[in-house]
Write a protein that binds this ligand. Sequence first.
Ligand SMILES: O=C(O)CCC(=O)C(=O)O
Ligand SMILES: [Fe+2]
Length: 407
Amino acid sequence: MSIALLDPNDPGYKAAVRRLKKSQKSFDHAPSSSWTPFRAAEKLYMQKFPPPDLSAVLDLASGEEDRALEMQHSRWKGSPTAFPTRRLYHRNAHVVDNVPGLVLLPSYVDHSTQRALVRWALSEHARAPNETNLDAHYLLPPSGLWQTLLTDPSSVIAPKHRSDGAIHEREGPRQLVNNVAGGLDTFAELNAMPKLPPAPSPNAKAVTASSLLPRLRWANIGYSYHWGSKSYDFSKGNGVFPERIAELCRQAVASVDWQEVWKDVNLDGWGNEGPDWPSWATDYSPDAGIVNFYQLSDTLMGHVDRSEVSATSPLVSISLGSAAVFLIGSTTRDTPPLPILLRSGDVLIMSGPHCRRAYHGVPRILDKTIPPHLKQSLESDEDWAPYAAYLETTRINANVRQGMCKD
Ligand SMILES: O=C(O)CCC(=O)C(=O)O
Ligand SMILES: [Fe+2]
């Protein structure tokens, strides 16, 4: 968003108000009574003008001393006390009592690891053998889109054409799939479901690498996720799960005092053997994940991730680059969700039977929120400039799960 749009005395602001009033004459923007509370919150934070008020958004990092410089430059601020959180005794970890199993680790990832994660996401995760959203429609070079772009941004990427005889999913908008939840009892049923490759778009045209990059939306790491049936395709094997990401996630999980997280919480749904959290610190073993790439206008609508066999084991979400508003509600869309501002370096853990089945989504990526440590090239990091330029308009989120059970 341009800074002018936040200043009511600026001519740009006044012009935007005029445009808004004009558009409202032909279209009623009033919240619809048919929206669920989750949808209403999505609409609120998606609104471009007037910009949404973030005072109800939990922004734990905004109160941190060593992020003061970043906050000075950030026009978007929530509040570290927007709603009550309980700080765990021994470290900078917070839980939200309304969403048992949700743990926030603000600024968990140090600066140099954030830079390394951004490099890996682009140059190693978003390329073969991992699948990306672009693979369905384009013949991507084996070295990956990012490497191609660094070498020659004007190199042309050809579209994929339907090969004769190949069977694909039906074309057109995604069909509603009967999303059977993952679990030991549904494992055989889900495995037997046909998992056809997505149909290449008949409209895809040859494009330059640089114009294709903003359309990179996700890359799959580890077990292959089949979007058409919303289930894992275990027949493809366990894929490549980057050990460095696994180690970071294991450390994040092991750093949490789970005893303190779960004290006084009584929940059903842990499975026959009861709560499995006492062993997470030692046996959490991530093996599947999605690396999401969001441009400023991208959103991720409210959903539940329920394809993993283990319905309780932690999902570790690492945020990098531009900040975002993340919403998390409960197991229905009828609960008003809590808004949380996620900044570069923040880690969020969703765990246990309630939180792992809670609706969540990302209605807004916030512009001009790149922290200083992701902007400058350092002496040790001379070729950082293209990464910094990409991050100006991008948020990256590594969303890591344990798809299979431990045994
Ligand atoms: O980007 C995020 O913070 C959340 C992503 C997410 O919910 C997902 O990949 O399932
Ligand atoms: Fe999700």
